[in-house]
Design a protein around this ligand. Structure first.
Ligand SMILES: Cc1cc2nc3c(=O)[nH]c(=O)nc-3n(C[C@H](O)[C@H](O)[C@H](O)COP(=O)(O)O)c2cc1C
Length: 466
């Protein structure tokens, strides 16, 4: 079978083809296919004057279409991973890079991941006849802007259409999801907050930004782009309503996260190095899966996940009380690093340093064991109780012993010895220990580990067997 390359046709013929394709609302390639079909005597498929509605695109045969606009920020590199995540979930992805974005990622890299040409220029005549800005705007069920720069947000709030990205954003009738990313000072600036309020009033959806380390040395605060998995989850929530996208719909998932603070006196406390990142990622993933999520959180500096009911506590005893109050639950996941001991003789007032006086002696007493207490309940025990075992040695052996002792269904064991960087870090290597044996998971981001856990839970609940 011979192959035909449009690029090799002479310029006059190409121009005619472009005009005909633009008139019929097709790409040049589709126009050529249509001409060949006509010539071969096949019935012409009617041209599609405008994009089909989102509901039609949501059928099993037609993938939902996401147009990803990558803005010019450091976080643009994360959007390459977002393309992969969206494609994994079955979305048809098209991509626009702003001119500034091309300074951070190349059209070639984005195009290779998307699997087709990316769009960069409003005034490119060839592309305008092929897939012009109006078609890009119409042929999307959702437009995702990630990273949404301060500049793009300002232009959108004003209704400017000075380049391909903003022209498409103004011309679309599809829902728009923004994943802002910028320096904390830019984010908190009155102008950005004003633009944000306007965009929210205009019905634009938002994911993030998160708090954390910025690209600039030593800078922390709100402004980090949401992680690709979080953004993909938000896309699912906006586009998919079916059971496959929300396997935990109708379920209540209870999660604990973070450290506890055990007071020494009203101003001092004993704590540990837990950041809460893994528990927060699990809460976000459970919410994405459609669950009603209660997150009982020790003191952390993380952004509260969207669509999650967060209850802040300090001590182990507060955490147990909050857990008991939040029951019943279908699944309980105890990811918090709860202090085993508290100070028995905590001062009612600040303990004073007095010249010549003896150094205060702290006496410790045991804290309640939240995992064991809930797993051993005779009434109102969640059908699936999951604990974490943070170990620094004999990880699997200790996890097996913990599973038996605590009476829970699954233990997620991880090695938190300092060399692993897991405690407070962004990745995790988990071994799922259950009555069925040991499942070794790969080293992955805490978000990926959370997604994997939620998928396992959904499968287990589906089988009605932990
Ligand atoms: C190294 C560097 C990093 C930048 N990072 C960001 C950023 O994270 N967020 C942002 O809003 N602007 C950032 N900017 C500024 C934008 O690139 C600039 O406002 C640009 O005009 C945005 O264009 P766009 O909105 O069309 O993509 C950065 C600029 C440079 C030089």
């Amino acid at each position: 079978m011979a192959s035909l390359t449009v690029r090799q046709l002479d310029e006059a013929l190409k121009q005619q083809l472009r005009l005909r394709a633009a008139r019929n609302g097709r790409s040049v390639e589709d126009e050529v296919r249509s001409i060949l079909r006509e010539a071969a005597g096949e019935t012409e498929t009617p041209a599609q004057p405008a994009a089909p509605p989102a509901s039609a695109a949501a059928t099993a045969t037609t993938p939902l279409r996401v147009l990803l606009i990558i803005g010019g920020g450091i976080a643009a590199y994360k959007s390459l991973d977002l393309i992969r995540r969206l494609k994994e979930r079955g979305y048809a992805v098209r991509c626009i890079l702003t001119e500034a974005a091309t300074q951070f990622v190349t059209p070639l890299a984005a195009g290779a991941l998307v699997g087709s040409r990316v769009h960069t220029d409003l005034f490119n005549a060839e592309h305008e006849f092929d897939v012009g800005h109006i078609r890009l705007a119409r042929e999307a069920d959702l437009i995702v802007v990630a990273p949404a720069t301060a500049d793009l947000m300002a232009k959108m709030a004003q209704g400017l259409a000075s380049d391909l990205a903003t022209a498409v954003l103004l011309a679309t009738r599809a829902k728009i999801l923004l994943a802002p990313a910028m320096n904390p000072a830019m984010w908190s600036h009155k102008a950005t907050q004003r633009n944000l309020a306007q965009l929210k009033a205009d019905g634009v959806a938002l994911i993030g930004p998160n708090a954390g380390e910025m690209a600039e040395r030593g800078e922390r605060g709100f402004g980090r782009m949401a992680e690709p998995l979080e953004i993909a989850g938000a896309v699912d929530r906006l586009l998919k309503t079916d059971a496959a996208a929300q396997p935990l719909k109708g379920k209540h998932v209870l999660i604990t996260a973070g450290p506890t603070h055990e007071p020494i006196d009203p101003v001092r406390y004993i704590a540990n190095r837990s950041s809460g990142k893994q528990g927060y990622a699990i809460a976000a993933a459970a919410a994405e899966a459609g669950a009603a999520v209660t997150l009982i959180s020790g003191p952390v500096t993380l952004r509260k996940p969207d669509h999650v009911d967060v209850i802040d506590v300090e001590s182990a005893r507060d955490m147990l009380a909050a857990v008991e109050k939040a029951l019943p639950a279908d699944v309980a996941i105890f990811a918090a690093a709860v202090a085993d001991w508290r100070v028995a003789n905590a001062g009612e007032q600040k303990i004073k340093k007095q010249a010549g006086a003896a150094v205060p002696q702290l006496a410790l007493t045991e804290n309640p064991d939240i995992l064991s207490t809930i797993a051993h309940r005779t009434q109102g025990r969640p059908p699936l109780v999951i604990g974490f075992a943070a170990e620094t040695e004999n990880v699997i052996a200790n996890a097996k012993a913990k599973l038996a002792k605590k009476g829970c269904d699954w233990i997620l064991a991880n090695d938190v010895s300092p060399a692993t960087g897991i405690m407070g870090g962004d990745s995790n290597t988990i071994h799922l220990v259950s009555a069925d044996g040991i499942d070794d998971w790969p080293s992955q981001s805490k978000e990926d580990a959370a997604a994997m856990l939620i998928a396992k839970i959904a499968a287990a609940i589906g089988k009605d067997r932990p």
